[in-house]
Design a protein around this ligand. Structure first.
Ligand SMILES: Nc1ncnc2c1ncn2[C@@H]1O[C@H](COP(=O)(O)OP(=O)(O)O)[C@@H](O)[C@H]1O
Ligand SMILES: [Mg+2]
Length: 186
């Protein structure tokens, strides 16, 4: 038993299955106390590894998303902003609008929570493993202008188009910047 246990520990270490290693003893105890089958035990043990993989995947999607902060819908005080329909925002976080190929536009004066809610929807999307990217309109335009000068506009457009959800913040600020000419917002 002891030598086979050690062999199993070595195998898990070699395969870099760290979570299975960390939870090995408690899973063996749980198996004994609850008379789990071999298959049930293996499912329980591998689930620890899968759970951690999921957490890391979400973390990296949130990182790739380049959100300005990690504010979520739960951090938004809807009582403070009664004109915003909470149900509608919650519906946005289901990502139904992406399936239905709809766009969302938040309009409102400064400080009312547009960036907060857009980020919250983006984080909800990243958590559902939907590729998401957050960018300020100014930066988007500058990047596209630079790409055009360097003859790689098409590639750059393809890059942005590959995201399932592209959040473009501060559209109105960009439209006020005269160096771009006129920006048509539809
Ligand atoms: N109803 C709200 N509940 C919680 N925080 C809010 C609310 N409205 C705004 N905030 C916070 O106030 C700040 C400004 O909001 P922001 O989303 O940047 O506004 P906007 O993009 O509309 O100018 C942010 O830190 C945001 O989290
Ligand atoms: Mg904003």
């Amino acid at each position: 038993m002891n030598s086979s246990y050690n062999k199993l520990v070595n195998n898990l270490e070699y395969l870099k299955l760290k979570q299975m290693l960390v939870h090995l003893d408690e899973t063996i105890d749980f198996m004994t106390n609850n008379q789990l089958s071999f298959t049930e035990t293996l499912i329980k043990l591998t689930d620890y590894e899968i759970d951690m993989k999921e957490v890391n995947m979400v973390k990296s999607m949130v990182k790739v998303g380049a959100f300005p902060h990690l504010k979520e819908v739960k951090d938004f005080d809807f009582d403070f902003q009664p004109t915003i329909n909470k149900q509608q925002i919650l519906d946005f976080t289901t990502l139904r609008f992406i399936e239905q190929k709809e766009n969302i536009v938040f309009l409102g004066t400064s400080g009312v929570g547009k960036t907060h809610l857009a980020t919250a929807i983006g984080i909800a999307a990243a958590k559902k493993r939907t590729s998401t990217y957050f960018i300020k309109c100014n930066d988007l335009i500058l990047n596209l202008k630079r790409a055009k000068l360097e003859n790689r506009l098409e590639n750059r457009l393809k890059h942005y188009a590959k995201y399932k959800l592209l959040i473009i913040d501060e559209l109105c600020k960009a439209s006020h910047n005269s160096s771009y000419g006129k920006l048509l917002i539809m």
